[in-house]
Design a protein around this ligand. Structure first.
Ligand SMILES: [Zn+2]
Length: 281
């Protein structure tokens, strides 16, 4: 069942666990994640970056593919189809019109006032259509879709101003996590995370979930994180398995055998991450 993120995230916030957001790259990624989460009986968010959307053909293609998989594979869990880091209003509108149930508008590269203006326009369009909206305050740096940028941490005041002026459904405050690989140990600002959580009643989102040590993931959930975005970690285990397959079998040429050889590793990693993110009630 394709749903927006509202209920699943509020339930996670109330019961102190995190809903996994897994980025998808192709049909197999979507299929393996849906099958594993259905087996574990947990709601899941499938994240699609603009780069991934372009790669797969566009938002209509992805929406059709995910709906088809839910139907054909008898997926019974709540599934949210979400735009990850929509850089402008037009992208979010295109995705919503194509059937996405949730969008992130990331106007965090602009000054707060402009971020609010763009985010509010997306919220107005999305809420009329039952679609949920996530926004970013501060800036989460690192490397995403081959674009590298530097982080700026969020403050409670900026989070409150953005929230009060836009009516967003969830918030990603930049608090030290980065996209892609970490250089050294991630330095997360748990104190500010907790303060923001205590003062804002919408669920908080942690980006850059790959490479954060388990104890810090648990601490982040304790401090109020209700959704954690994971991308790199699945890519790493999948590509390792495929590389081993190609090295072990030099005569393999069927793309299904090559791409599919990463299935077990990807599903095992999904299960590990879901367990780390806590128990559902
Ligand atoms: Zn992100």
């Amino acid at each position: 069942m394709l749903v927006n993120s509202k209920e699943m995230l509020l339930n996670a916030k109330k019961n102190h666990y995190a809903v996994p957001h897994f980025n998808i790259n192709n049909l197999e990624w979507a299929k393996f994640i849906l099958q594993k989460c259905n087996e574990l009986n947990i709601p899941v968010i499938l994240g699609v970056s603009e780069g991934a959307a372009n790669y797969m053909g566009g938002f209509n293609t992805i929406s059709g593919m995910v709906k088809g998989l839910i139907n054909d594979l008898n997926i019974n869990i709540p599934v949210c189809l979400h735009v990850d880091h929509g850089t402008c209003k037009e992208t979010c509108i295109k995705a919503i019109d194509a059937g996405f149930t949730s969008v992130m508008i990331d106007a965090s590269r602009h000054e707060l006032e402009e971020n609010i203006k763009i985010t509010k326009e997306v919220v107005d369009y999305a809420h009329q259509r039952g679609v949920t909206v996530e926004a970013e305050v501060g800036h989460i740096g690192g490397s995403e879709d081959n674009i590298t940028s530097t982080s700026t941490n969020a403050t409670l005041n900026d989070c409150l101003i953005l929230y009060n002026n836009t009516g967003i459904d969830s918030l990603a405050p930049a608090l030290g996590s980065v996209h892609g690989f970490y250089k050294g140990e991630p330095n997360l600002d748990f104190e500010t995370m907790k303060i923001i959580n205590d003062n804002i009643d919408i669920p908080l989102v942690l980006h850059g979930g790959s490479g954060i040590p388990e104890d810090k993931i648990r601490k982040a959930i304790e401090c109020g994180i209700s959704k954690i975005n994971v991308n790199t970690e699945l890519q790493v285990v999948w590509s390792k398995a495929v590389r081993e397959k190609l090295q072990a079998d030099s005569s393999v040429y069927d793309p299904r055998k090559i791409i599919g050889s990463g299935e077990a590793s990807l599903k095992n990693k999904v299960e590990e991450i879901v367990k780390l993110f806590g128990t559902r009630n």
